[in-house]
Write a protein of this length. Sequence first.
Length: 224
Amino acid sequence: MGADEVCWPIRDMAHVPLLSSRPMRGFTWRAKQRHRPGLEVMASTGRTHGFESLEEMRLLVALDFLGASEVLSQPFRLDFDHVDGSSWHIPDYLAMIGGGMWLLDVRPMELVKDVDALKFAAAREVAAACGWRYSVVAGWRPHVWSVLDHLSSRRRSTRDLLGMRGQVLAAIDREGRYMTFSELADATSVPAVGRANIVRLLWQRELGVDLGNPLCDTSAVWRV
C-alpha cells in the first residue's frame, strides 16, 4: 500500500483494501508507442482513472454509466505456477459496482493468445476465491459503444433552469408506457433542450433505452 509493495496469499485477498492502493504501474507517454494511454474522468467516482488503450477507455465510460463507486487501474500483480512453469499477470481494473467487486481484463478477441487465456484463467480463479465477478472485455455488441459514447456527452451535472427533468418524467408518466425519443422531446416546452435532457436522464438511468440499437428519434424510451 502507498509507495510500498505488499505480498498477500490469495486466500487473504478478499480482506485486503485494494481500492485504497496505488496502481501497479504508471501510465506513461512516449514517441512512436503503439498503444494510446491517457486519463479518463469518471463522474461516478469524481476522479481521473488511467487507461492504456482506447479499449480500456471505453470500458471506463461503461463503468461510469454503471455507476461504479470505485475503480482501480492495475490493481495488483498475480504470480502463479502452471504445468509449464510460472508466470505473472496484472489485471486491468478492479471496480466496485453496487457494493460488489468486479475484476476486469481488456483485450480485443482477435488479440487473445494462448498465453493470455492462461493469465485470464488464473485471474478468474483469484476472483472466484475472493467472491468477486470476473470478465474479459473482448469487444462490444453492435451499437452499444456508439450509444454509450453519445450518452456520456451529457454525464456532467448542470443547472436545470427550465425544469426539463420534471417535464420529461411527467410526460412519460402521463403516457403510462414507453414513448419514442422524438415524442418525448416534443412533449417538452423546448424540444431542442428536451432532447439534451433526455440524453442526460438516460445516462443517469432515470430513463431506459435499448443499448443494442442506434439511438434515434424512433428509439423507445421508458421510465426506469
